[in-house]
Design a binder for this molecule. Structure first.
Ligand code: SAM
Length: 229
């Protein structure tokens, strides 16, 4: 899409996305799970990348696998959706303690056998992990600040100067993890652009990029990769 048109569409699109992603009714229907009311207006049930990420991850998940829903957010929506669809084992993790508690409450509300742990990337997650799902923060700091995105939950959106600082550190964590899980990572390609992502993968030869799924309508790319080196 041409740059001018994209910039013109960005602001109204962001407003619409913010409204939609806080709808409990829609979250329950899209993901087939129950949702508790959100305790804070800064929180949301899902992100524009979440439905695409769940759909792509579902191609790889089998009932005997253990899935890590990394950056689980306020409602553990990805872990719950995959558990419901596949009956797989799930552990959920987030760096933010308030989000961990919020997700724990929603997991209990669903009666799901999912542990929610506080962890930066995989450091605090014990045991086997076959698949990691992650939709990391990818909004550039300048764009988020200009839009007045919530300061207390900056960790939800702030991807640094180019939108890729958390992604870069996550790729390093995967390149160092001896469990070698398959990773399914969703990003908004308007922020974390394909060119920047390509450079990050190019700089990490230990990671093999198996697939990039580009949604035809939503601005979402899903990267499927694994440590092979
Ligand atoms: C874009 S939100 C996605 C939330 C949720 N998965 C969803 O689909 O709506 C990114 C999440 O990653 C979490 N996060 C950021 N840095 C992290 C890190 N180093 N380790 C674990 N989680 C992190 C944030 O707290 C936030 O919940």
């Amino acid at each position: 899409m041409r740059l001018g048109l994209r910039l013109l569409l960005k602001r109204p699109a962001s407003r619409l996305i913010a409204r939609v992603t806080r709808s409990g009714w829609l979250a329950a229907r899209l993901f087939g799970v129950r949702v508790r009311p959100l305790s804070d207006p800064s929180l949301y049930y899902f992100d524009v990348t979440t439905p695409v990420l769940v759909r792509v991850a579902s191609r790889h998940v089998h009932p005997r696998m253990r899935v890590l829903d990394l950056g689980t957010g306020a409602a553990a929506i990805i872990g719950l959706a995959l558990w419901r669809r596949h009956g797989c084992r799930v552990v959920a993790a987030d760096i933010n303690p308030s989000l961990v508690q919020s997700s724990r409450d929603n997991v209990a509300f669903n009666g799901a056998p999912i542990d929610v742990v506080q962890s930066s990337f995989l450091a605090g997650v014990d045991g086997d992990v076959d698949i990691v799902t992650f939709n990391p923060p990818y909004v550039t700091t300048a764009h988020g600040s200009a839009r007045g995105l919530d300061e207390p939950y900056r960790v939800q959106w702030d991807g640094g100067a180019e939108g890729t600082s958390v992604i870069a550190r996550f790729l390093d964590a995967i390149a160092a993890d001896t469990r070698r899980p398959l990773v399914v990572m969703g990003v908004n390609r308007w922020h974390a652009t394909p060119a920047r992502l390509a450079a990050l993968f190019h700089a990490r030869p230990a990671l093999t990029l198996r697939d990039v799924v580009r949604h035809p309508v939503l601005p979402v790319n899903v990267y499927v990769f694994q440590r092979t080196g």
